[in-house]
Design a protein around this ligand. Structure first.
Ligand code: DQQ
Length: 535
């Protein structure tokens, strides 16, 4: 089949062709990063799902190997769906995944590498005693999937959770095992919440209360907090809470500082789903992978010959205030930085647009720090504004304000008929300043009929402290992935410019606020192409 490369990304994870979705079983094993993903070997739409498999030593350059799991047995004949890897004592990796059986029931299966001395772990064996977890009478067999990485408790028993629902209640069903093969369902789920619907791809892991270092999933003790993330199949967004894990009763208790009803904290306030973390023993960090779906039509995807990318892997750690996570693209991505341009100490007046030229910005890494000297013209915050995405929809990049909107116009045509705006807007409230970060792709393409959702999130940062606000955007042909306030608020959008392509893509800084803002420093790098699965 022909593959159309106009929108193909350069440094985001993609196989050469066809449909991809969820990241699966990411792990670091004997110096190699393994990445598996939901893959349709036969086309650019979802179906025929196998576990695609790629390996890397740096998370940037990827070698494609044969699919690790494909339907071959009754317990997975209708699909090898999402799951996780666990590295057992003795340095033995295993995969747990969801199989779809002949009755279309979802069951959990185990697979082992055939040959541990193959550094790429190319072949995986599925023992005949699968499935190892069956939907019992109390479980909805079509809502029972996506096992997590396992951890063990003080009793030496393994634990994991499987995503599920009961009516509208989302469930993280817990299982325990002595030997990793025989699993028994616990009486109580690790956690559940009413009104959220099905919990897909749950992820549960500890984070350190101090510093950026990651923590192995099986660790337990003082100085740790826990993260529970679920992907909600109803809204197609995912949410996480921070909380405490009571190991003796196997319950997770959210701190209550953010809602667990599908309105709280998100890793990403844009197009980012079915994510999964793993602990990178090599660099002692926790890394997050997430899927960014196309927002063109299935017909477009069939025409392109591919659909779906994975967002840039992000290091994840706890903010010093303990209220949220911080995410930052893995440092290895910086090895792709090529030609650089910078702008220093440049005032951007109210209504002004400044072009950043000299590099090809259709594939770029942009870091900018804005300095706000005065906030005199700041607008008051209306306490009725509870949904940041709605606020961004109402107050797009062209809607003038007090302090902001200011930010970047990425993948813009020369006359800015096409542009994807990434910006901040600030408000004052009796409780202090409130930051809003938005992606406004409403003018991202002149092509008619495309879905161009605006996204937004609050920015939890003390703006008054030094008047600085930073933004980093990774621009890659059909994706803009932004990290506001040093990784406190992240937004990813898929866009399909038709003029702002290759050398015709421009980058601007804009300010539609009444107050001037200063670019304290802006650095933009043209990104080089890694080797990406043979392309
Ligand atoms: N995708 C997989 C499921 C999972 C869903 C199937 C989430 O296992 O629940 O491709 O995107």
């Amino acid at each position: 089949a022909v593959v159309d490369n106009q929108y193909r990304t350069v440094f985001h994870f993609q196989p050469p062709r066809n449909w991809i979705n969820d990241p699966n079983g990411p792990m670091y094993y004997n110096g190699i990063y393994h990445f598996f993903y939901q893959y349709n070997p036969y086309g650019a739409v979802w179906g025929n799902i196998v576990w695609g498999h790629s390996v890397s030593t740096d998370l940037i350059n990827w070698i494609a190997v044969e699919p690790a799991l494909y339907p071959s047995k009754p317990f997975d004949v209708n699909g090898c769906w999402s799951g996780s890897a666990t590295i057992l004592p003795g340095n033995k990796p295993v995969i747990l995944y969801t199989g779809v059986d002949p009755k279309n029931r979802q069951v959990q299966n185990i697979a082992f590498p055939k040959n541990l001395s193959d550094p790429y772990l190319r072949e995986w064996v599925k023992p005949d005693y699968n499935p190892i977890m069956d939907p019992d009478s109390g479980v909805n067999a079509s809502a029972f999937r996506d096992p997590t990485t396992a951890w063990y408790g003080s009793d030496g028993h393994w634990r994991l959770v499987v995503g599920s629902k009961r009516k509208h209640r989302g469930l993280a069903i817990m299982y325990r095992s002595k030997d990793f093969i025989h699993w028994i369902k616990a009486k109580h789920p690790l956690h559940s919440a009413n009104g959220t619907g099905m919990w897909e791809c749950p992820d549960f892991y500890p984070v350190s209360m101090e510093g950026k270092l990651g923590v192995d999933t099986a660790e337990y003790g003082n100085g740790l907090k826990y993260v529970l993330k679920n992907s909600l199949d109803v809204t197609r967004y995912e949410y996480y809470t921070l909380g405490t894990y009571l190991r003796d009763i196997d319950r997770y208790i959210p701190d209550g500082t953010s809602a667990d009803d599908g309105s709280g904290l998100r890793y990403d306030y844009g197009n980012f789903y079915a994510s999964k973390t793993f602990y990178d023993e090599g660099k002692k960090r926790r890394i997050l992978w997430g899927w960014s779906n196309e927002s063109d039509s299935s017909l477009d995807d069939v025409g392109k010959g591919w659909a779906g990318i994975e967002a840039i892997p992000r290091a994840v750690w706890l903010d010093t205030n303990g209220r949220q996570l911080i995410q930052w693209p893995v440092e290895e991505i910086e090895t792709l930085r090529g030609k650089q341009v910078s702008v220093m100490n440049k005032n951007v007046k109210s209504g002004e647009v400044v072009e950043v030229s000299g590099i090809m910005t259709s594939q770029a890494d942009v870091e900018v720090t804005f300095q706000l000297s005065t906030l005199d013209k700041i607008e008051p915050f209306d306490s009725m504004w509870t949904d940041p995405q709605k606020l961004c929809e109402q107050k797009g990049a062209d809607v003038t304000g007090g302090v902001g909107p200011f930010g970047l116009l990425a993948l813009a045509s020369a006359n800015r008929e096409e542009q994807t705006a990434v910006f901040f807007r600030l408000y004052s409230s009796p409780k202090g300043y409130i930051g809003l970060m938005c992606h406004d792709p409403s003018r991202s393409t002149v092509r008619p009929g495309l879905y161009k959702p605006t996204f937004g999130g609050w920015v939890d940062v003390d703006i008054k402290k030094n008047g600085m606000l930073s933004l980093r955007s990774l621009i890659d042909r059909s994706v803009v992935e932004s990290f506001g306030a040093e990784g406190r608020t992240c937004i990813t959008s898929r866009v399909y410019p038709s003029v702002a392509v290759d050398g015709d893509a421009h980058l601007f800084v804009f300010n539609n606020g009444a107050e001037d803002v200063k670019i304290s420093e802006l650095k933009a790098w043209e990104m080089m192409k890694p080797s990406m699965n043979g392309i």
